[in-house]
Design a protein around this ligand. Structure first.
Ligand code: NDP
Length: 481
């Protein structure tokens, strides 16, 4: 059985206590590799290496850091099919999704921040006749990056690329549920010429090694993506130590379809925004509001199309949906289907676990599921399910849909469908979400601020926001007289 390793001080190494736990292939339900159960002893070695590396890496001209990070992106690109296969197996996602979304985006993340750092400039503020302020932005030191399982390498690289580009040493932990592709980055780091100690990849559980990273006094900033409850716990631990925190958390995103939309485009994209990656994308729309005039037509077409979706093993190129990431997550999503029924929801399609023939008979598959007749404020419509389960609801007026869409504790993303440009601006302006797509979903420009309001997070990632987060500003004032 393959044993994954940690990557510390430029070398792959076994965990100090030599303890491991199972890595399960969600498409078959069987163990296929072992994950290091790292703890604070492994972290101590990593921090010592990072302390030695920081003066070298932070002093390196950004042009040189940029070249190394470009090599990172090229290293992944060169091994595209290896990464694609590994990501799809570890996570259960259709291989076509890993090939077209996850791994190309990891390549872009490194390339984007490798070049962004070359354009990162400091500000100056001139005070007429008095003097001038200028602001320097230096790397923070050692930073912690903790990422989730849904878009494993995509989100891991989205954090470590800007952190490294800005000159920090990074101690990163992928999710224990999907550690494989992050671990593969060690080899790329060596090949790219990254100095030892600059990047550490520690595997293990959130409760043990994740918590140790958050608590370590020499780790000065934490960039976290994951569930809101975990984010709250991390904030509580890190805040008294005055660490910089970036928290990208859960969502309960609305899709709003007005009568005057481009019907076919809205339908096609809503299927994607509801069920891509088995609904396990923080940006997926799980509450679909459709204006009364087209409600029945849209609902019927939506249900008809979704009920023909192919749920299959990840390597099947025809699979629209692959496996749910783990058995425990599958149980959680099934629990929400029971909840929706108990709240009076009418099941329009789906709702059942899917059993495929051997060798996938123990895999974690679920039908795409649609409910209607649920009030906007019931638990099913308020809590994040993070699976292939959506609700559809009619609305009459703009005011009404804005009230319902905004009425959750979350505020991450939304997708609005209308051909009326004034309405589009008006509605977008009033949605309390960090991201609004009009007549689109998941169109990403890496320069834009990414993140949510309310319980969906604190701070923003992407572009200059990320480079600012991973640097410490200092303002210097020079008096003229
Ligand atoms: P979790 O919060 O369970 O885990 C996220 C990461 O945190 C994992 O690496 C996990 O490790 C680690 N972790 C868990 N407990 C701790 C702890 N006490 N201290 C430090 N680290 C810890 O989220 P999931 O992995 O289940 O991901 C799904 C969630 O992520 C959803 O809520 C989703 O909405 C959100 N998400 C948000 C995004 C955004 O940009 N806003 C994007 C993508 C997902 P381990 O897995 O080993 O337990």
């Amino acid at each position: 059985m393959e044993k994954l390793q940690n990557f510390i001080n430029g070398n792959y190494c076994v965990p100090i206590d030599n303890r491991y736990f199972d890595n399960i292939d969600p498409s078959t339900g069987s163990v296929y590799s072992l994950i290091p159960d790292s703890d604070e002893k492994d972290l101590a070695v990593a921090v010592s290496a990072a302390e030695l590396a920081f003066p070298i890496w932070s002093a390196m001209p950004s042009e040189q850091r940029s070249k190394i990070l470009v090599k990172f992106s090229e290293g992944i690109e060169k091994r595209m099919e290896q990464f694609v296969a590994a990501e799809s197996r570890d996570n259960g996602k259709p291989i076509t999704l890993a090939r077209h979304v996850d791994i190309p985006r990891a390549v872009s993340n490194f390339h984007f921040f490798a070049t962004a750092i070359l354009h990162f400039s400091s500000e100056s503020h001139y005070m007429e006749g008095v003097g001038i302020n200028y602001t320097t932005r230096k790397p923070i030191g050692i930073v912690g990056c903790i990422s989730p399982w849904n878009l494993p390498l995509y989100l891991f690289s989205w954090k470590i690329a800007p952190a490294l580009a800005a000159g920090n040493c990074v101690i990163a932990k992928p999710s224990e549920v999907t550690p494989y592709t992050a671990t593969m980055l060690g080899e790329i780091a060596v090949e790219a010429g990254l100095p030892p100690g600059v990047l550490t990849i520690l595997n293990g559980t959130g409760a043990k090694i994740g918590d140790a990273i958050v608590k370590h006094p020499k780790i000065k900033a934490i960039s976290f993506t994951g569930g809101t409850a975990t984010g709250e716990h991390i904030a509580r631990t890190a805040a008294p130590m005055f660490k910089k925190l970036s928290l990208e958390l859960g969502g309960k995103n609305p899709t709003i379809v007005f009568d005057d939309c481009d019907f076919e485009a809205a339908l096609k994209t809503t299927i994607m925004s509801s069920f891509s990656n088995q609904g396990q994308i923080c940006l997926c729309g799980s509450r679909i509001f459709v204006q009364r005039g087209i409600y029945s037509k849209f609902r019927d077409a939506f249900v008809a199309k979704v009920s023909t979706s192919v749920v299959s093993f990840p390597e099947n190129p025809r699979a629209n949906l692959g496996a749910i990431v783990s058995e425990s997550h599958l149980k959680k999503v099934l629990g929400y289907i029971d909840l929706a029924k108990s709240e009076g929801g009418k099941l329009l399609t789906g709702g059942n676990r899917v059993f495929l023939p051997s060798p996938h008979d123990k895999g974690f598959y679920l039908e795409p599921t649609i409910f209607e007749s649920l009030p906007y404020d019931c638990k099913t419509n308020q809590e994040e399910i993070f699976g292939p389960v959506v609700t559809i609801m009619p609305f009459d007026t703009e005011e009404e849909v804005l009230m319902m869409a905004n009425d959750t504790k979350y505020g991450l993303a939304s997708s609005v469908w209308t051909m009326d440009v004034k309405k589009a601006h008006r509605v977008a302006d009033q949605l309390n979400m960090g991201i609004v797509w009009v007549n689109a979903w998941l169109v990403r420009d890496l320069r834009t601020p990414f993140g949510g309001m309310k319980a969906s997070g604190v701070g923003r990632e992407g572009g200059l926001e990320a480079l600012r987060f991973f640097t410490e500003p200092k303002n210097i004032f020079i008096k003229y007289e």
